[in-house]
Design a protein around this ligand. Sequence first.
Ligand code: FES
Length: 309
Amino acid sequence: MRELSFVKIITRLENAEVLDSVVTRAQAVVKKVVQPQGLRDLLHGVPFGHPLHPVEVQVPIGAWLSAGILDALPMHGSGKAAQALIGVGVLSAAPAAVSGWTDWSELHEQQMRVGLVHAAGNAAAVLLYSASFVQRVRGRQASGKVLAYLGLAAVSGAGFLGGHLAYRQAAGANHAEDVPHVFPPGWQEVGDLDDLADGALERRIVAEQPLLFFRRGDEVNVLSDVCSHLSAPLHEGELDPGSPAPGSLGTGPLGEAPGSDPCVTCPWHGSVFSLTSGEVVHGPATSPQPRFETRVEHGRLSVLLPGAG
Ligand code: FES
């Protein structure tokens, strides 16, 4: 079975450079408005381990679809119920839009072009449903239904674009998910420990996979070098070497700041990952980096990825 022709039109949208001036301005506004970092992390879905936006959109879409069914099968009291559902949909669209715009502001340009049209479709749906709600309050049920069905068409088209964005363009997906499937099981030799730079980020290819190394003396932290957000090479990112825990050097006075993990900041969109655990410290990434165990025998370093193969 072949792809429908309108899918080709959507694919062409990815390269519609005509949208770029709007994209640039909208991105600047979103980054300025959605502050501070803790709020951005929450909106990206960092505490939940995956994006928040797909969960939030369930409420308006579910409410509006249910209203459409009630409008098609009128029963006693269904008009009021449909009106209430449309109101719930309009109100719940606001937080879904905020998380969506926040995710959108940290994407590749092809994804942002599609995302912009996706957002425009959803904005049209909110306007149509708002007008439908007003008409219903005024007792104009017929025009209220027509406006609601136009809104349903708009949100459905926008939803199709959202699916394209998520599944075809992999926005919001974990881009390091494949690592345990392609990396071989068991210990894999890297080379001489002393060949690794001390106190710096270094990239090595092991079993055909790019890995990120951070060595401090005999201790080595190893993560996948492919950022889980959108595949950036993490070794090109910024290193925060962290600080030792109080008293760990035997000199820490009471009340000094707690120690911190060494971290790497992604060079593309600024996600921060702990180099010791691979966990996300700050988004937009929501999935951790695959973390490798290490061992040194006779000066030779090996790595093992738990669950690989
Ligand atoms: S690729 Fe986007 S934060 Fe790393």
